[in-house]
Design a protein. Structure first.
Length: 396
């Protein structure tokens, strides 16, 4: 019979972290063995159908093991964060109990800390489940599927499907709805609806949003950010909320499933922009968890973008910019960070919570310097970033 854990006993997140570390080491050994086998199979003396089948089989095994290792590493990061939170809560509870005889009101604080421990436990459980859970893609009417349809018709069809509140917000910003559906929307700002069928912009930005951007109340704030970019960069800007975004920064966003599910929608969208505005310079501005989506799109499907800017990233699933496929004559990848962005707590030198730290020199992105402060949302109001975007879009 399993003995129930005392409410006062700390959760053994650190022990679980250690066990997963041992499991990861074993998988690393297997990956090394398979890699050696692949190297031998790549010998030019081993040719033919059987050799090709063996190579394919071993590379598939290695890919599966690498995916498992990545999930283990993300689980280890979650457990480490939970261990820190649990340790702080237990320390605070013990300190409060020592003064409780003199301060009876400390009992309320103790109860609050116990609830916080319960919340951490529930969030860790949910986040660990998400590591292997499929995330549904939003049901969008893609701009890619409306080739040849005038934007005025696309806008009218999409606007008619929105709630009165969403329609009012978009009309307030003179927005053009390019895509809509259950759980997603894409809105073009900086081109007046009366001119949408005749304008061929010199450049166009796509804002790829991060955590919480799928929530109902998020549309207004992202339309404001898009309008800020239009005003300060002189460039029409799409607010692209075309994927199911995680709701919280640390626990829900631990899963890369959101990025994997939404990456194809972003690739389809940029391809549609390239078809409608072939002469325009296309700049993708990805923020926070949106950097995972943009990198996954560029790595897996390819992205019709001249410039990709990664801002406030918690890490990306690519080791180097050469892993990314930007369909442009002279593609450029940039990284931009505010100095006081709390997301940097998830950076560990060249690596980060979700893989490679794109600000690492080894990643190979060009840094946009001196953004200033403002925390995790400070990028949108950064004059140096606005200036850099104007330069990318040849609008000095």
């Amino acid at each position: 019979m399993i003995k129930p854990r005392s409410p006062d006993a700390p959760q053994a997140y650190d022990a679980a972290h250690h066990e997963l570390g041992a499991l990861r080491a074993g998988i690393d050994d297997r990956i090394a063995t398979i890699t050696s086998a692949i190297t031998l199979l790549d010998d030019e003396e081993f040719l033919g159908t059987a050799a090709d089948a063996a190579r394919t089989r071993f590379r598939g095994l290695r890919s599966n093991l690498e995916a498992t290792r990545n999930n283990i590493e993300r689980a280890m990061s979650l457990l480490l964060l939970a261990h820190i939170g649990e340790t702080l809560c237990v320390s605070a509870i013990n300190a409060a109990r020592r003064i409780q005889p003199l301060m009876p009101e400390a009992s309320g604080f103790i109860a609050l800390m116990q609830l916080e421990r319960t919340r951490i436990d529930a969030q860790v459980a949910g986040a660990l489940a998400l590591l292997t859970q499929e995330v549904p893609e939003p049901e969008l009417d893609l701009l890619f599927d409306a080739a040849g349809v005038p934007l005025s018709q696309v806008h009218g069809d999409n606007l008619g499907k929105l709630s009165p509140e969403a329609s009012a917000l978009i009309n307030e910003h003179n927005g053009v709805v390019l895509e809509s559906g259950d759980g997603g929307i894409s809105v073009l700002l900086g081109v007046h609806p009366d001119e949408m069928d005749s304008v061929q912009p010199h450049a166009i930005n796509t804002l790829v949003a991060g955590v919480g951007s799928s929530e109902t109340h998020a549309l207004g704030s992202y339309l404001e950010r898009g309008s800020t970019l239009v005003t300060n960069t002189g460039t029409p800007t799409v607010v692209w909320l075309g994927y199911s975004a995680p709701e919280s920064l640390l626990f829900d966003a631990a899963s890369e499933s959101y990025a994997q599910a939404g990456a194809d929608n972003l690739s389809f969208f940029q391809a549609a922009l390239a078809e409608r505005f072939p002469a325009a310079t296309r700049t993708v501005l990805a923020h926070s968890y949106g950097t995972l989506v943009a990198v996954e799109a560029a790595k897996t499907h390819g992205l019709h973008a001249d410039n990709l800017v990664l801002m406030g990233s918690p890490g990306v699933n690519a080791l180097h910019v050469s892993d990314l496929h930007l369909h442009a004559s002279d593609p450029q990848v940039f990284v931009a960070d505010t100095y006081d962005d709390e997301i940097q707590l998830l950076h560990y030198g060249d690596f980060a919570f979700h893989g490679r730290n794109p600000a690492s020199p080894y990643f190979g992105a060009r840094r946009i310097p001196d953004l200033g402060g403002g925390g995790h949302a400070g990028h949108w109001d950064s004059a140096p970033l606005h200036r850099a975007i104007r330069e990318m879009n040849a609008l000095q």
